[in-house]
Design a binder for this molecule. Structure first.
Ligand SMILES: [Zn+2]
Length: 246
């Protein structure tokens, strides 16, 4: 097989490999962004749950304290009937008043907590919904990536193997040249169509095309864009190439 045919095949395969690479594109990065979103939304939900837990705790301790204060108040009320003088009576009256204040304060904080709890529960519902949505979106993207990678892996293996076989037959100098052109143009080998380079559309003299057909050992490049040129009959499409390899 002529070197130019091998190069044309190599270009067809590399074009497929480029496409596979493009398909995957930003998807891995997008999956990462979704993971971050789920982590953030989980943290928000956890913070709300912690606040609700704190309120629950506050209610529990408030209840116990209220009970203790009530007991103390009752006891003081009984003591007030047994005082020996006004001073003692006033002292107990004072203490009872302080207990009543403390109980009122506790009531108030429990009431405030109840309002706050209601708000938190509403927020939690919304936060939970958002978290669920973020999780669904992440699962979708992960599935997309997995499916694409799965299909890709089969294709990748196939094309890499085909590439390996071809590259083994290409002159190493030509291979280097091909790779060098690849750094400028994705398609390093292009066919001449309608007497023009199909890479840059500049005209190719018919005399030159004749030479190319006459001597297929010589490698020609486009004088305008520098891509390797092949005649139309040497250009291959990937499906034919895959069939030939199957
Ligand atoms: Zn050109």
């Amino acid at each position: 097989m002529h070197q130019i045919s091998l190069l044309a095949q190599l270009a067809a395969i590399d074009s497929q490999l480029d496409e596979l690479h493009d398909e995957l594109g930003d998807l891995p990065e997008i999956v990462k962004q979704h993971e971050k979103l789920v982590a953030d939304k989980t943290a928000v939900v956890e913070a709300t749950l912690q606040s609700l837990h704190d309120i629950e705790h506050l209610r529990g301790t408030a209840h116990v304290t209220q009970q203790e204060l009530t007991d103390r108040e009752t006891k003081l009320g009984e003591q007030q009937f047994q005082v020996k003088n006004n001073r003692e009576f006033d002292a107990i009256t004072h203490e009872i008043a302080a207990i009543k204040d403390r109980k009122a304060e506790l009531d108030e904080s429990v009431r405030t907590a109840a309002v706050r709890e209601e708000n938190l529960r509403t927020q939690l519902e919304q936060q939970q919904r958002e978290l669920d949505e973020a999780k669904d979106a992440l699962a979708d993207k992960e599935k997309e990536l997995e499916e694409l990678s799965g299909d890709q892996n089969d294709d990748l293996r196939k094309f890499i193997e085909m590439r390996r076989k071809i590259i083994g037959q290409v002159d190493s100098e030509l291979e280097t040249e091909y790779q060098r052109i690849r750094t400028f143009h994705r398609e390093a080998v292009v066919a001449i169509r309608k007497n023009s380079c199909s890479g840059c559309y500049s005209a190719i003299p018919s005399q030159r095309i004749m030479e190319m057909k006459y001597n297929r050992e010589k490698i020609h490049t486009c004088e305008n864009c520098g891509r390797i040129l092949c005649t139309e009959d040497e250009a291959v499409d990937i499906d034919t190439l895959v069939e030939g390899n199957a």
